[in-house]
Design a protein around this ligand. Structure first.
Ligand SMILES: Cc1cc2nc3c(=O)[nH]c(=O)nc-3n(C[C@H](O)[C@H](O)[C@H](O)COP(=O)(O)OP(=O)(O)OC[C@H]3O[C@@H](n4cnc5c(N)ncnc54)[C@H](O)[C@@H]3O)c2cc1C
Length: 512
């Protein structure tokens, strides 16, 4: 049988939300990308339904929010079942209810529109990593397919084939407890928001379409070994023991269970192979953090991998992906573990819950936890310097660029770095950034209204394509040239660039 041979800069395994987000980011960075997925089409399962504030900001920075319309939003969140107000300084505070099927459709259309080649019904069976590249062998609908690429991004989910084939260390804990879940039509039961009863925890939420999602955990019950999903009869039996209600009259549309297994890949980068999303971290989907964590992995990785795969930046840039996202993953997994104890613990967790209940109304505590859950507090170690903006995301800012109004998020639409000068005297810096054409855009702007606190007094700042600030003036500990070289590779000699360059006002950046 003839073997189909495909070449690409990057091969992405997995067309779930993370693989699709990454594919779009790679295309924005100019890398050629092939995505392989074993499934025939996107998932139809009712999985994650929450997009948090930082993810919404990221989608805004790629111009993807309009497509979503205005999804329902709720600032009332929870921490391990204890009420937590998620209001923070963001354009999109709170939990936005978007079914994962819709998120995948949005990202799939975007990535394909940018030129990503998505091949479905391609089941990856073998991976070979050699000096100059990787080779992936998949069973396709018309026979074997061999894809050669410079890099491989494994976004193939919790049971990652790539992780298994490469024997990547994935340390952590197996599940000790589980939560049963069912989407059920035709039920008429009371809403229950994290209701703790003597025998267990019960949740019932009726969706707009009339379907009720029930979730139930029986205190002290160990997680059984499962080879598939539980059946509805089991959910009904546990629901009855915990609540006393009979829900067997309902029609189950989707039944599943999830345990509190918790694992974090030892290294997100193994040479030419990078891991993102559930392939890199396994966690209970408490507070809807799993999907958001994965999407944010993809946005951190995409521009770096594109730059390295296209030869614009050294491979060491990829080490910053592991450093930054592994640290974020560890922190999220820790908060999920804490929440699991609060949520699924029985009488033994009562004192912990009481203490947390006392702490949560304090503004500092609330803001700290809300920052963590929303992803807004992520601050990477980006080198020397004390300024609070360094490593943090660019806060929401309204700007005037020439006569046009813009926002910080709109400046990032082209997926390039941005040198943002906010004072006329800082405009001279553009001659430095001119040696990174196509990689860093210069935007000369004035504040439109009051600057947010952290930006007060700032004359210029360098923002990465993922929205994180890596250099500020005043307050710089390294020169702009050093910062540009670190994050965007060696400068490109452009004769007369300093004289010719002018502020960027391209429709790609400002168009809407
Ligand atoms: C049943 C279930 C319920 C969930 N419920 C929630 C929830 O309520 N809330 C929440 O926040 N999160 C939930 N999650 C988690 C959330 O769905 C994930 O965090 C999210 O899907 C991760 O995205 P991903 O792209 O990393 O992985 P996935 O979405 O798992 O995508 C991985 C892709 O890789 C493909 N793939 C795997 N192996 C191969 C191979 N060998 N060859 C080719 N393709 C391959 C798969 O077909 C799949 O399309 C749930 C997950 C599951 C599985």
């Amino acid at each position: 049988m003839a073997v189909d041979r495909v070449e690409s800069d990057v091969v992405v395994v997995g067309a779930g939300p993370v693989g699709l987000m990454l594919a779009g980011e790679l295309r924005l960075g100019g890398a050629d990308v092939v995505v392989l997925d074993r499934r025939e089409g996107p998932t139809t399962e009712s999985r994650a339904s929450t997009l948090h504030a930082r993810t919404m900001e990221i989608l805004d920075s790629r111009g993807l929010l309009q497509e979503l319309g205005t999804p329902p939003c709720e600032v009332r969140g929870h921490f391990g079942g204890l009420p937590l107000d998620l209001t923070l300084e963001s354009t999109h505070p709170g939990q936005w209810k978007v079914p994962q099927t819709r998120t995948e459709q949005l990202l799939g259309d975007w990535a394909a529109g940018l030129g990503a080649r998505v091949r479905r019904r391609h089941d990856v069976r073998a991976v070979r990593v050699s000096g100059p590249g990787v080779e992936v062998v998949a069973a396709g609908p018309d026979g074997p397919v061999r894809v050669r690429a410079r890099y491989l991004a494994a976004c193939d989910g919790e049971r990652s084939t790539v992780r298994r084939l490469l024997g990547a260390a994935f340390p952590g804990q197996d599940a000790g407890r589980e939560l049963l879940r069912a989407d059920v039509a035709g039920l008429d039961i009371a809403e229950r928001r994290f209701e703790r009863l003597p025998a267990g925890l019960a949740i019932a939420a009726r969706r707009a379409d009339g379907v009720t999602r029930v979730m139930v955990h029986e205190f002290g019950a160990p997680a059984p070994q499962r080879s598939g999903q539980p059946d509805f009869a089991e959910v009904c039996a546990v629901w009855k023991r915990v609540t006393g209600e009979d829900i067997a009259c309902g029609v189950p549309l989707w039944v599943n269970s999830f345990g509190d297994a918790c694992r974090l890949l030892q290294s997100y980068r193994q040479g030419r192979v990078l891991f993102a999303g559930d392939a890199a971290h396994q966690q209970m989907p408490i507070g809807g953090q799993a999907l958001n964590l994965g999407l944010q992995d993809a946005v951190n990785l995409g521009w770096k991998l594109a730059a390295v795969a296209r030869g614009r930046a050294p491979q060491t840039l990829l080490d910053s992906y592991h450093r930054e996202r592994h640290a974020v993953g560890r922190r999220v997994l820790d908060n999920i573990r804490t929440q699991t104890q609060l949520l699924l613990g029985g009488a033994e967790a009562a004192s912990l819950r009481a203490l947390m209940g006392e702490l949560l109304p304090h503004q500092d505590v609330r803001r700290h936890l809300a920052g963590m859950i929303s992803g807004l507090d992520v601050r990477h170690d980006v080198g020397p310097g004390e300024h609070p903006l360094l490593g943090a995301r660019l806060p929401h800012v309204r700007l005037k660029v020439g006569r046009q109004e813009s926002t910080g998020a709109q400046l990032l639409r082209a997926g390039q770095g941005v040198l943002l000068t906010l004072r006329p005297e800082a405009a001279l810096l553009h001659s430095v950034a001119a040696s990174w054409p196509g990689r860093v855009a210069w935007v000369a702007a004035r504040p439109a209204g009051e600057l947010p606190g952290p930006l007060e007094g700032i004359a210029a700042l360098l923002v990465r394509p993922d929205g994180h600030v890596v250099w500020v003036q005043p307050g710089e500990a390294v020169s702009l040239h050093q910062a540009l070289t670190r994050w965007f590779g060696a400068p490109q000699p452009v004769p007369g660039a300093a004289r010719r360059s002018s502020p960027v006002l391209s429709p790609a950046v400002f168009g809407e």
